[in-house]
Design a protein around this ligand. Structure first.
Ligand code: HC1
Ligand code: SF4
Length: 560
């Protein structure tokens, strides 16, 4: 344990910028300074190992002065655009500047003298992210997230000293690299140097002038246990009903639930798995709901495209159903419906733009994607007091869901939900226990064997892109032989998505995960095939899983 970890555990405040509990410490920003055993030397506590009997000073005059100077040094080369910066009130540098009263005489915009360099440093090429390297403070958190957590190495520190900056190879625009849009770099950025490519303005304008449009929102499983963090609540606080009320107050005409199509995904994907097993189809079959995972396969492992389930993600399924089925039933022209999804994920913005997920006229089925963070901003912008909102249920019929759907948010959740249904439909018996522990928790690669009437079904769950690379390497070497594998690119699954609130406590992922399982436990119906609205949809419209209509509306294809 480091000195900093002890301090955090004991609740002793120590300022940090380059440190994040999920990343390897590097001792770069020189803000977490402490003095050990009155040695007269200040050392960064994040890389100082704890020793028995150590005397640690965290708050001497010298420490306070040095930390303040180091913050002022950062501010001297940082643009003063705090009032308009996307990072807003979650900027860690801004908070520290206020706390340490860092008020040096700084140039208003230190890089002003060279406007073209300044503009060149802003990369807006990605559908998911914006990189403004003028605001970079060189903490290296984005680089560590991209390399150590994701194994992607899209960003690296280029140059030396004052001119060094995290860059892509040859400083190419992000959309020309193999970036998978996971947004982990934006999640870990403590300032506004990497942010989501925001749709807040367009959505806000639309909500204030709907121009006869019917505005329909959909809410992803993971958003309901994280949105409240934007308003100061503990991670994992369940806010499903308040989330719906907030969207209605913002002007939503309908709020449907992505969880509904998570249940539908289980019906389609589960049937596809049983079909592949029965008919010697391509195995292992891979889940297809994580859009950054799809990007990874298409860009880096195209030979594995046949292994991907053809089922669209729940976001893709729901937008398709809203425009192609529900709107028709309501006698609303699909062109007059605007679908906005609220997602924990920046890659969903990229998914929404896939040409496979457009209407016949080429318009997007999902018109806008807001991350959980963006929704927090939109709610604040419209002076809605989230904490005091009453609860409203989702609209139906595309808003009814089960416990199996909500656990999609956690690593292992898609697998557990699939097993609850596939086991019962395949064997005629329910799973001995619905809480399927072998696929739960934060172990990088989880494996389980399930006895399917004498056939051993071998499954695995992998989360975090760095572990996915490892899994694929071993699978290709013949070390893994599974029938069905769940892949989620972010650590913890969607609860750790790149668009989730930027919590920095040590246990925010665990708390979100527990919140999700709590919802599953309190819901009366916990198996996707028992969702009455899903059953009715098959009866009235889709007929059966993998039917012609299902294929048209709920499935997709991939391209390298
Ligand atoms: Fe996810 Fe999914 S679970 S991918 O993590 O399959 O983003 O929450 O919405 O689409 O349902 C994300 C979450 C989400 C989809 C579902
Ligand atoms: Fe790396 Fe993901 Fe950021 Fe792309 S979005 S640069 S892959 S961390």
């Amino acid at each position: 344990m480091s000195v900093l970890e002890l301090c955090r555990k004991q609740g002793i405040p120590v300022p940090t910028l380059c440190y994040h509990p999920m990343l390897e410490p590097v001792g770069k920003c020189r803000l977490c300074l402490v003095e050990i055993d009155k040695s007269g030397k200040l050392v960064p506590s994040c890389v100082t190992p704890l020793k028995n009997g150590m005397k640690i000073e965290t708050n001497t005059e010298r420490i306070r002065k040095t930390v303040k100077t180091n913050i002022e040094l950062l501010l001297s080369s940082h643009p003063h655009e705090c009032t308009t910066c996307e990072s807003g009130d979650r900027c860690e540098l801004q908070k520290l500047a206020y706390m340490y009263d860092a008020k040096g005489k700084f140039p208003a915009n230190p890089k002003e003298e060279n406007k073209s360099d300044q503009e060149e440093a802003v990369d807006k090429s990605s559908p998911s992210l914006v990189r403004d390297m003028n605001k970079c403070i060189l903490c290296g958190r984005c680089v560590r997230a991209c390399s150590a957590l994701q194994g992607m190495n899209i960003l690296g520190i280029a140059g030396r000293g004052d001119t060094s900056v995290p860059e892509t190879l040859f400083n190419s625009p992000l959309n020309t690299t193999d970036c998978i849009n996971c947004g982990q770099c934006s999640f870990y950025c403590p300032v506004g140097a990497i942010t989501e490519n925001s749709s807040v303005k367009e959505v806000n304008d639309l909500l204030h002038d709907k121009k006869q449009k019917v505005v329909v929102f959909q809410t992803a499983p993971a958003t309901r246990v994280a949105i409240s963090e934007e308003f100061g609540f503990e991670p994992g606080t369940i806010s499903t009903g308040r989330l719906v009320t907030a969207l209605k107050r913002l002007g939503a005409d309908y709020v449907f639930d992505t969880n509904f199509t998570a249940d539908l995904t289980i019906m389609e994907e589960g049937s596809e798995l049983l079909d592949r097993i029965k008919n010697n189809g391509v195995l292992p079959m891979f889940t297809s709901c994580c859009p950054a995972w799809i990007n990874l396969v298409e860009q880096s492992y195209p030979e594995l495209i046949p292994n991907l389930s053809s089922a669209r993600s729940p976001q893709g399924m729901l937008s398709s159903l809203i425009k192609r089925y529900w709107a028709k039933k309501k006698q609303i022209h699909e062109k007059n419906v605007v679908v906005i999804s609220v997602m924990p994920c920046t890659a969903k913005k990229d998914e929404a733009k896939r040409k496979q997920l457009t209407l016949d006229d080429g318009s997007q089925e999902t018109d806008y994607v807001l991350t959980t963070r963006e929704l927090g901003k939109l709610i604040k912008l419209n002076s809605i007091s989230f904490a005091s909102l009453p609860e409203t249920p989702h609209d139906n019929p595309l808003g009814e869901s089960t416990g199996a759907a909500v656990i999609f948010a956690n690593t292992g959740g898609v697998m557990e939900a699939a097993l609850r249904t596939a086991y019962e439909l395949g064997t005629g018996k329910p799973l001995p226990t619905l809480d399927f522990q072998p696929v739960r928790g934060f172990t990088a690669i989880k494996e389980a064997d399930i006895d399917f009437n004498g056939i051993q079904l071998k499954v695995a769950v992998v989360h975090g892109a760095v572990n996915i690379h490892e899994y694929i390497k071993k699978m290709k070497a013949g070390l893994f032989k599974h029938h069905f594998v769940e892949f989620m690119v972010c650590k913890g699954g969607c609860i750790g998505g790149g668009g989730e609130p930027k919590s920095i406590s040590d246990d925010y992922l665990l708390k979100r995960m527990q919140g999700v399982y709590k919802i599953d436990n309190i819901l009366g119906v916990r198996k996707s095939h028992e969702n009455p609205s899903v059953q009715a949809l098959y009866k009235d419209f889709l007929q059966k899983p993998l039917s012609h209509t299902s294929h048209k509306l709920l499935h997709t294809h991939y391209e390298d």
